[in-house]
Design a binder for this molecule. Structure first.
Ligand SMILES: Cc1cc2nc3c(=O)[nH]c(=O)nc-3n(C[C@H](O)[C@H](O)[C@H](O)COP(=O)(O)OP(=O)(O)OC[C@H]3O[C@@H](n4cnc5c(N)ncnc54)[C@H](O)[C@@H]3O)c2cc1C
Length: 388
């Protein structure tokens, strides 16, 4: 495994660093104006506004090492707010499985950050066992539109979404992975009801979404009827690697160490306390091991291999690490972490408890930890299911 950065990669890193420094948000600057301007400038750099898109669709066509550098640098810089569902999720599916008309129709607005998308996969009876989904789509007799009925749950940001990419059932006569059809439709239309779900930390980001006789033109179907599972599956592996957030955790842990050094304990600080130091050290070791797993998968991607089951290892360990950092942040902030609203005590403690509570979901979405362990047992360790 060769993970040394060569002169070209070092030059690329400098270029990325300068771009972030030159285009950072300035105090008093209108956020929305800056945000759209940032994306425009990133586009002019040669597709930096859509780093993961292939060169064929206007992306930068980076090597895996350049992607890794980008991830590391973005963890330290302040980037404009961006929803993952358009650029990172539905766009790759449209590129891979949509027809030319769909690519021309949807990709420019996704790239221009003009449309907000949400992901309609999970249902009350279909989460880990996603293929059990029941939301029904029935094709009209003349074959021009589907009528969709059913319920989706945990739909993130459905309350502001303009469009949804949705898994529906068009046939339940065969095995459950067959007969699933991938549809795109606008959220602001008759027959769609979005009900908020307030999570532990008091935030409204997820929703229950009901569909009653929603009409979807057949030209909004991605690929062939009944083949939606194949398209949806590819996305999940991609989503898992992104959720690991290793580079972000490295920065977060460094920040936590600095913050803990400001908390007084006797003649020193919390960072001098052996028990706290031990927890930080354990986290650092696990983080380093996960970083090496990420680098291993990078090295095999550079050698042309397809992403393997290491995406499950990364999702599992990466999200656990994020939760441990959130927990240790609350510990460092002490009683001040519990304050809601106006900050009291240590400045960094503000939002500590909110962050910790929100982090409970990290090991659930994008495939729960138990499911990742199943994948690792089967595909990495080669274990067989018990016959009992
Ligand atoms: C904050 C948040 C945001 C989300 N956003 C979206 C979104 O935008 N769009 C969307 O479609 N979905 C979204 N989800 C849904 C998410 O993908 C599901 O919650 C997840 O797949 C788990 O499904 P479930 O909630 O039905 O739990 P279940 O599948 O019912 O699991 C319950 C428990 O059983 C365990 N379990 C299940 N199967 C097995 C097994 N085979 N072996 C061992 N243990 C098992 C699980 O690990 C879990 O602990 C979101 C979830 C959350 C919490």
């Amino acid at each position: 495994m060769d993970i040394e950065l060569g002169p070209e990669d070092l030059a690329f890193r400098e270029d990325v660093r300068s771009f972030f420094a030159e285009n950072a948000h300035k105090a008093g600057e209108d956020y929305n104006v800056w945000r759209l301007d940032w994306f425009k400038k990133a586009r002019d750099k040669g597709g930096w506004d859509v780093p993961k898109w292939s060169a064929e669709f206007g992306g930068p066509g980076w090597t895996p090492t350049q992607h890794y550098i980008w991830e590391q640098e973005t963890a330290q810089a302040t980037l404009p707010w961006d929803m993952p569902f358009g650029i990172g999720m539905i766009a790759p599916i449209i590129m891979a499985h949509g027809n030319e008309e769909q690519q021309e129709r949807f990709l420019p607005d996704i790239r221009g950050r003009k449309v907000n998308w949400c992901q309609g996969y999970s249902e009350p009876g279909a989460g880990s066992d996603l293929a059990a989904l029941k939301t029904k789509a029935v094709l009209s007799d003349d074959g021009t539109y589907y009528t969709v009925n059913g319920t989706k749950i945990w739909t993130t940001m459905a309350q502001i979404a303009d469009w949804i990419f949705c898994l529906t059932r068009t046939d339940d006569s065969g095995i459950k992975q067959e007969g699933i059809t991938f549809l795109l439709f606008p959220m602001k239309q008759e027959g769609i009801e979005v009900k908020p779900i307030i999570t532990l930390g008091g935030a409204h980001s997820v929703n229950m979404v009901h569909f009653t006789d929603v009409k979807v033109p057949v030209e909004n179907r991605i690929g062939a009827e009944g083949k939606g599972w194949t398209y949806a599956k590819g996305l999940l592996q991609h989503e898992r690697t992104g959720l690991a957030g290793i580079s972000r955790s490295i920065v977060a842990l460094e920040n936590l160490k600095k913050q803990a050094s400001t908390v007084k304990r006797g003649n020193g600080s919390l960072m001098d306390e052996p028990t706290f130091r031990a927890k930080v050290a354990e986290l650092e070791i696990d983080l380093m091991a996960s970083e090496f797993t990420e680098l291993r998968s990078l090295a095999s991607a550079s050698a042309g291999s397809a992403p393997g089951p290491e995406s499950s290892i990364l999702k599992l360990k990466g999200t656990e690490i994020q939760q441990r950092i959130a927990k240790l942040t609350v510990e460092a902030g002490g009683i001040y972490s519990a304050a809601w609203g106006k900050p009291v005590g240590h400045k960094f403690a503000k939002g500590g408890m909110g962050g910790y509570l929100a982090s409970r979901a990290f090991t659930i979405y994008g495939g729960a930890s138990e499911v990742q362990k199943d994948v690792i047992a089967k595909n990495v360790l080669g274990l067989k299911r018990s016959s009992k």
